[in-house]
Design a protein around this ligand. Structure first.
Ligand code: NAD
Ligand code: TYD
Length: 356
């Protein structure tokens, strides 16, 4: 197992990044984490409130595309690993405003790679104990029909501005490995769910709307399929790959847990209504079928046998239990939900759904 003393985590104030930082600090008593995050609409320091007094944790507000800042951070700290999660992450926003995705996901990643290469390679330096870890998505593989799963050998076929920007960044990371010898790993994970996810993504958006008795916008006929993984299992997989993965290798992460959107919305209605003491079926009438997402990928499903057989990782929790816990968290943390949606969320929401 490799050991890392000073780790730069990017995007740590976001949904998955906050779980990753908490996990790394808890599992590795000698590790220091520097969290670099621009605090876009999706980044929220509330997600890390419990770590503020931790001496092994520091927060820097900044842009991964800011060359001078990144250079300064690499000069200041002897990072032995970068865990790169910062990204524009929502497909619907990428359809509305693709350029922000290209800036952050592609140029931002290249800026980090360039700085890591300058700091870690050249002049006889030994980079074998370093690691640039790129956190990516299964959406780079495209869209599946009724059969089949994505393996690490599946050819890339991204179809949204979001997934093509993530595919581009994956290619850049591999190029820095092959061309310059930068030690890297990449993981491609399926859809995550759990606490602290910004309520523009399906699960927290539906929980919020059932809670508030607002319409539940289901795209198309709700027949698209996603493969859901609990965010803390994603964090444990990232921890495992960072410490035990082979440099240059890619690992798919998933929980063998496929759901049609409409079935998931029904499950969420059941859970939220029950938790709020309403009679079963109360919120079914809120389901509103809206115009489908442009270019909507039909189905994602992950073959996670490599990470299981090579690194011994498995998801820890059953979906039904994870979903219950997730619903409980959002209902118990109404303040969080209301504070993250207090900015221009309403305007965003109306742009997305107002005209459908
Ligand atoms: P998120 O949108 O919740 O968080 C992204 C974070 O990045 C935010 O804190 C934001 O402030 C920060 N950020 C954005 N632009 C930045 C910039 N230019 N400089 C510095 N920080 C910036 O996203 P998430 O769901 O936590 O996803 C994290 C990573 O995991 C992304 O790379 C995403 O592609 C990948 N991923 C997500 C999922 C999922 O289901 N959410 C699945 C697989 C992979
Ligand atoms: P999302 O959470 O945006 O993740 P991704 O598109 O990256 O998989 O969406 C998950 C699925 O839910 C996707 O098929 C689109 C669908 N969806 C809706 O039907 N209604 C919604 O309001 C949202 C946000 C998503």
């Amino acid at each position: 197992m490799k050991q890392f003393k000073t780790v730069l985590v990017t995007g740590g104030a976001g949904f998955i990044g906050s779980h990753v930082i908490r996990r790394l600090l808890k599992e590795h008593a000698d590790m220091h984490v520097v969290n670099l995050d621009l605090l876009t609409y999706a980044g929220n320091l509330e997600n890390l409130r419990d770590l503020e007094s931790n001496e092994r944790y520091a927060f820097i507000k900044g842009d991964i595309g800011d060359t001078a800042l990144i250079q300064q951070l690499f000069d200041q700290h002897d990072f032995d690993a970068v865990v790169h999660l910062a990204a524009e992450s929502h497909v619907d926003r990428s359809i509305e405003n693709p350029m922000a995705f290209l800036e952050t996901n592609i140029i931002g990643t290249a800026t980090l790679l360039h700085a890591a290469k300058n700091a870690w390679l050249g002049d006889g330096k030994d980079a074998s104990n370093r690691c640039f870890y790129h956190v990516s998505t299964d959406e780079v593989y495209g869209s599946l029909g009724a059969e089949g799963v994505f393996s690490e050998e599946t050819p890339y076929d991204p179809r949204s501005p979001y997934s093509s920007s993530k595919a581009s960044s994956d290619h850049l990371v591999r190029a820095w490995h092959h061309t310059y010898g930068l030690p890297i790993v990449i993981s491609n994970c399926s859809n995550n769910y759990g606490a602290h996810q910004f309520p523009e993504k399906l699960i927290p958006l539906m929980i919020r709307n059932v809670r508030d008795q607002r319409p539940l916008p289901v795209y198309g006929e709700g027949l698209n399929i996603r493969d859901w993984l609990w965010v803390e299992d994603h964090a444990s997989a990232i921890d495992t790959i960072l410490h035990n993965g082979t440099s240059g290798r890619t690992y798919n992460i998933g929980g063998l847990n496929e759901w049609r959107n409409i079935d998931l919305v029904h499950a969420l209605i059941r859970e939220v209504d029950a938790a709020m003491g309403r009679p079963e079926g109360t919120s079914l009438a809120l389901i509103t079928f809206v115009t489908d997402r442009a270019g909507h990928d039909m189905r994602y499903a992950i073959d996670a046998s490599r990470i299981e057989s090579e690194l011994g990782w498995q998801p820890s929790i059953q979906f039904e239990d994870g979903l219950k816990e997730t619903v409980r968290w959002y209902l118990d943390n109404a303040e969080w939900m209301d504070s993250v949606t207090s900015g221009n969320y309403q305007q965003y929401y109306e742009t997305m759904y107002g005209n459908r």
